[in-house]
Design a protein around this ligand. Structure first.
Ligand SMILES: *Cc1c(COP(=O)(O)O)cnc(C)c1O
Length: 415
């Protein structure tokens, strides 16, 4: 841009036709959307850089339907009176999780902040030193707690904390016990965490709240072959958490949003807090979330892309990888299949991997790092990764209708 402007200002150095083509190229570049679809061949299902959960088609259609017109977002059609935007999803969320009440805000971080600000401001909140996590993007639990006005009281150690540690820290100034799901790391070895139910009992005995930042917000059992159990929202409420907060675009597989679920008077108190307005969600998010939840409530959660990817069976992955390798070889791009692993990612199921079949690009030129760059500059861009000094492509996260475009992009990038 600067160069073209300088050339223009500096007088007619180029002939007329070269001037126009340079200006046209500049305009075309300026008009290329900076945000656009990419093909995720990384095998990381919930990839934060790539927008986390892809939506189910029905969720995208529901948002699209609402986008270009008016809706009853805050109008109760029966009474004609003002309604609440949360009503569009609250009853289904309660049905799916057993919560007495539910609300939806901008994201998981907002839900955590709102919960703490509305329910614990100016009072003490007890949290394990092993759960003072950083999620990324400067979301650090101690900072969020300070921002909410809660007084953080740390107990236990990095690797071991017991219910007794919480018990000893409870005072008349205590508002809540806070449990945080260590969603993006694992502490292995000599470790101990109190059961949520033990904390719930303690909270009841002392008449304080038990708040739980669950992180991923799974609605269904995540046990795919080889995958550990991720705590479910329903289970956490059942264990006695008074309020659970989580993201809607991690294992739930919906649009970016944060959920607050739990006791009715507590959720209501959160919604009355001024911060609730600052972190509220728009109609498109609510429409997409409602349509995603509808897939769960009607037992069609296998249509949620995140779950389709998690549950993709090994035979179909390996057959697809085989077809890709064959297609690439036919086009003169040396490629081989090999076994490897995909990851759930996005602060869910840390350290857990899913066996997959990768396609390895065996071309000597371009070098792997350069090939990775070139793939990213294709249209559509292809995001891949390097393993053992080779670019590998994982079919698990490539959507079913993207195969052809992926192969064309790889062929173009290798040439
Ligand atoms: C992901 C996560 C958050 C933040 O949620 P966002 O939806 O990314 O804002 C907060 N706490 C935990 C434990 C998480 O895993």
């Amino acid at each position: 841009m600067q160069r073209t402007l300088q050339q223009e200002r500096g007088g007619p150095l180029l002939d007329e036709s070269r001037r126009w083509s340079s200006i046209e190229a500049l305009v075309a570049d300026m008009r290329t959307p900076r945000l656009r679809p990419v093909i995720n061949a990384t095998g990381v299902i919930l990839h934060t850089n790539l927008g986390r959960a892809p939506l189910a088609r029905s969720a995208a259609e529901a948002a699209s339907l609402l986008a270009t017109g008016y809706s009853n977002l805050e109008l109760d059609l029966r009474s004609g009176k003002r309604g609440s935007r949360h009503d569009a999803v609250a009853h289904v969320l309660c049905q799916l999780t057993g919560a007495a009440a539910a609300a939806v805000v901008n994201n998981g971080a907002a839900a955590t902040l709102l919960m703490l600000a509305a329910l614990t401001k100016g009072r003490e909140v007890i949290v394990s030193r092993g759960e003072l996590i950083e999620i990324g993007g400067a979301f650090r639990m101690p900072d969020i707690m300070r921002l909410s006005g809660a007084k953080m009281v740390e107990v236990g150690t990095t690797n071991r904390t017991r219910a007794q540690d919480f018990a000893e820290a409870i005072t008349p100034r205590t508002a809540a016990l806070l449990s945080v799901h260590p969603s993006n790391f694992q502490v292995v070895g000599f470790t101990e965490r109190p059961e949520l139910s033990a904390l719930a009992e303690l909270a009841r005995q002392h008449n304080v709240l038990l708040l739980y930042d669950l992180g991923s917000g799974a609605l269904r059992e995540s046990r795919a072959p080889g995958l550990a159990h991720e705590p479910l929202i329903a289970e956490s409420l059942e264990a006695g958490a008074d309020v659970v907060v989580c993201s809607a675009d991690k294992l739930l597989g919906g649009p970016q949003a944060g959920l607050l679920l739990g006791r009715a008077e507590l959720v209501a108190k959160c919604l009355k807090h001024p911060l609730a307005r600052a972190v509220r969600v728009d109609k498109l998010t609510i429409a997409a979330l409602a349509a995603t939840l509808d897939l769960y409530i009607t037992g069609r959660d296998d249509q949620v892309p995140v779950w389709k990817m998690i549950r993709a069976d090994r035979e179909s992955l390996s057959a697809r990888a085989g077809r890709w390798a064959e297609g690439l070889n036919l086009a003169g791009v040396p490629a081989e299949v090999r076994s490897g692993y995909s990851a759930v990612g996005g602060g869910s199921l840390p350290g857990e991997t899913l066996p997959t079949t990768l396609v390895m690009i065996a071309a000597e030129r371009p070098r792997p790092a350069q090939l990775l760059d070139r793939l990213r500059l294709q249209s559509p861009p292809v995001i891949a990764r390097i393993e053992d000094d080779r670019v590998v492509l994982d079919p698990r996260t490539v959507l079913p209708d993207e195969d052809e475009r992926l192969l064309q992009a790889v062929i173009a990038a290798v040439r």
